[in-house]
Write a protein that binds this ligand. Structure first.
Ligand code: NAD
Length: 272
């Protein structure tokens, strides 16, 4: 008699950073749906508490904590909450982000430093604090949310792109250094993902017309949703991925593997 997929996740404790909205929210709700108690770390108390209530109302276990993951104190509070409320840490999903959007010459030193604290130093600090508890518990799974920007560039996201590439390297390091303790570490590189918040910010509703426009850029011919990334996290956290470690998993509907000419032909109908 075999257990259904993901049954092993029941009672394994997860931490998700940046869990108040977007990809972090979907990830937290998805892990909780599979029986994981989830610590939700964020700075947005209003949205974070709403996600906590949403999970609890659905019968799951969640604890929202106001924790600035760009600081050691915030990371300590987050890990301590997992220990105090749920008794351990099995999964760590580093997902929070803050970064300036400017060409490099116009980025201030303060914004560079803060963005690196939130985007990459947070991964170091959370790993440093959580890994000893994973070892004590017999293992764990760490997922760093990177980005297609780790391997492709635009003109205005230098700090973001540098940090996202570093996440992939750091996860490989953790995979090698802690594999002997049954700890796996992987990163996910999402492509363009339309989240609830992006729609709100643009005062847009997910209409069929907007869906069609979003879909066009991806060879898979549909837009990417936060749930697509949450599903990839679920896989990496689960025992289905027990031999997957140090991997950088691109989840982008084929966006990054298409030749520019092919994309132009698909979008315009013109042979180039
Ligand atoms: N949405 C996309 O298209 C996309 C594409 C590629 C990669 N990603 C990555 O996926 C992750 C989630 O993306 P999203 O679009 O859902 O993000 P988002 O900007 O909607 O949400 C980020 C969350 O992080 C929180 N946060 C910011 N600074 C924090 C701090 N110091 N401490 C704790 N929480 C903090 C915010 O309050 C927010 O809830 C990010 O790492 C992002 O880089 C997103």
């Amino acid at each position: 008699m075999t257990l259904p997929p993901f049954a092993e996740l029941q009672d394994r404790v997860a931490i998700v950073t940046g869990a108040a909205q977007g990809i972090g929210r979907n990830t937290a709700v998805t892990l909780a749906r599979h029986g994981m108690p989830v610590v939700l770390a964020d700075l947005n108390d209003d949205r974070g508490s709403r996600v906590e209530a949403e999970i609890q109302e659905a019968g799951g276990r969640a604890a929202y904590v106001h924790a600035d993951v760009g600081t050691m104190a915030g990371c300590e509070l987050m890990v301590q909450t997992a220990l105090d409320r749920f008794g351990g840490v099995y999964a760590l999903v580093n997902n929070a982000r803050w970064h300036p959007r400017d060409k490099l010459v116009d980025v201030t030193e303060a914004d560079w430093d803060r963005s690196q604290d939130v985007l990459i130093k947070s991964h170091f600090m959370a790993c440093k604090l959580a890994i000893p508890h994973m070892i004590a518990g017999g293992g764990g799974s760490i997922v760093g949310i990177s980005s297609a920007h780790a391997i492709q560039a635009n003109a205005i996201e230098g700090p973001y792109e540098a940090a996202k590439a570093a996440i992939n390297a750091l996860m490989r390091n953790v995979a090698v250094a802690y594999g002997e303790h049954n700890i796996r570490a992987n990163s996910i590189l999402p492509g363009g993902i339309m989240t609830d918040v992006k729609y709100e910010a643009a005062a847009l509703a997910p209409t069929p017309e907007l869906d069609a426009r979003q879909a066009l850029q991806n060879p898979i011919c549909r837009r990417g949703d936060a749930q697509d990334i949450a599903n990839a996290v679920l896989f990496l956290v689960s025992d289905l991925a027990s031999f997957v470690t140090g991997e950088s998993l691109v989840v982008d509907g084929g966006l990054s593997i298409e030749l520019p000419g092919s994309a132009t032909t698909r979008m315009t109908g013109l042979e180039v």
